[in-house]
Design a binder for this molecule. Structure first.
Ligand code: EPU
Length: 415
């Protein structure tokens, strides 16, 4: 429940990156050993992965500071039918990790946010190129290989998931694997760094080409996840969206925020980087802008929904082109309930800026749609009730607590 219209003022600290974390946890299974992951966000996706790992025979322990210990030396269960797998997309990283370590795995088809078609053909193509037999039947994906051998794999689409999964799968393949046309997202680099800390030989992460020289075995490691680029961007937008906002967002990697900072600046918002923090100062009603979502370093699709909320009150007409997920406009109907003037045609949304949103009863349809509605609620006049918070809890640590500490009138009514 949000009482809107209050500018956000103060300091807020960003948690560990969700989309890195959900890959680091499965990657920890590559070692017949103990890994410690630090600074993990306290979010539902982590809990779900922990439950899946436990059922596979791993020993898992998390403390309240986000340090997770994973001991997978007794891992024995390679047939993962658990319904939890369907709760998050990232469960597909278990395929790459277990194929690499055991040459065999069988898992229910992964789920995740409903934001459009979510094929995994590039993952499958890569597993096959490394020498695995892949069968998809009765809702299960079955992988099996006598041996994995390095290969030259050119991705047809720039896919974060396929890049990370194939990097993980190739760590212990014989010879060298070259992945081309890969994703360059910060979490791709983070996973590569973690793999190297476990004894892998991965080079080129962060560029278009990644080379992996297979090693015999991997060992345990202690590793700290990077801060969450999307959480940081969400607070930047929230700070900028309500006139009078002045927020210092701490624990960020400025380079990861270049595209969102540039867009906010174009909208007339003041953005100042200082070491590992960024200060965002709202200068009143923002200007309209056009945005096209693109793979990193372009404007991230995961911030498209939050910034759409901000643009509903911008001066003039904005156009958003969603080039990654064709179904990522489901928040628009909810924003319309709050008075927004938005037309969607295929992958394009045209937003006519209005003066005021009005509080309403809305529902989160997916994770970032949830964040978008929270921002809209903070901007709106009157009271907004947001339902289906479980989407938000999947990926934002203590969103309402952090916003309340910035002066927002927000409280959770029901868990
Ligand atoms: N694609 C294919 N074939 C594949 C894989 C992807 O055609 O085998 C297509 C997809 O349909 C999409 C595009 O490639 O059009 C990009 O998909 P990608 O594989 O990069 O997405 P993902 O790995 O499934 C991750 C994040 C998403 C984020 C996207 C894009 C995780 C767990 N999820 O998904 O995050 O939107 O990359 O950056 O890392 C979120 O955090 O809210 C979220 C949805």
């Amino acid at each position: 429940m949000i009482n809107g219209g209050k500018p956000l003022v103060g300091h807020v600290s960003v948690s560990g990156a969700k989309n890195a974390t959900v890959a680091l946890i499965p990657a920890a299974l590559l070692a017949n050993d103990r890994c410690v992951l630090e600074n993990l966000p306290l979010i539902r996706d982590v809990k779900v992965l922990m439950e899946i790992l436990e059922q596979m025979g791993a020993k898992v322990r998390e403390d309240e500071n986000g340090t997770l210990e994973i001991d997978s030396s007794d891992l024995n269960h390679l047939h993962i039918t658990n319904g939890k797998v369907k709760e998050l997309r990232a469960s597909y990283y278990l395929l790459g990790a277990l194929l690499a370590r055991f040459k065999e795995v069988s898992m229910a088809y992964p789920g995740g946010c409903d934001i459009g078609l979510r094929p995994i053909d590039q993952h499958v193509k890569g597993f096959r190129a490394l020498g695995a037999e892949v069968e998809i039947e009765h809702g299960m994906i079955n992988l099996k290989a006598d041996r994995l051998v390095g290969s030259h794999i050119f991705l047809d689409v720039v896919s974060v998931g396929a890049t990370i999964n194939l990097m993980i799968a190739a760590t212990m393949a014989e010879g060298t694997t070259v992945l081309e046309n890969v994703a360059k997202e910060p979490h791709v680099v983070d996973v590569a760094n973690f793999l190297n800390s476990m004894g892998a030989d991965v080079k080129g992460a962060g560029t278009d080409v990644i080379k992996i020289r297979g090693v015999e075995s991997m060992h345990g490691s202690t590793y700290m996840v990077i801060p969450d680029q999307i959480e940081a961007g969400t607070y930047m937008i929230a700070a900028a969206a309500i006139p009078g906002g002045d927020v210092v967002i701490e624990n960020v990697i400025p380079k990861h925020l270049d595209s969102i900072a540039a867009k906010l600046t174009e909208m007339g918002v003041e953005v100042q980087f200082n070491g590992d923090s960024v200060r965002v100062i709202s200068k009143g009603r923002p200007k309209c802008v056009d945005i096209k979502t693109l793979p990193y370093p372009g404007f991230p699709t995961d911030l498209q929904q939050p910034i759409t909320s901000m643009l509903t009150q911008a001066e003039g007409t904005s156009m958003i082109t969603e080039s990654i997920w064709e179904g990522r406009f489901r928040h628009v109907d909810e924003l319309k309930r709050m008075g927004a003037d938005i037309k969607v045609e295929g992958r394009v949304a045209v937003i006519e800026g209005i003066r005021d949103l009005s509080g309403s009863n809305v529902s989160a349809t997916d994770l970032r749609a949830g964040a978008a509605l929270v921002i809209a609620g903070l901007m709106a006049k009157g009271q907004t009730e947001i339902n289906n918070l479980f989407h938000i809890d999947r990926g934002y640590e203590n969103l309402e607590g952090k916003l309340a500490s910035l002066g927002a009138e927000i409280k959770r009514i029901k868990y």
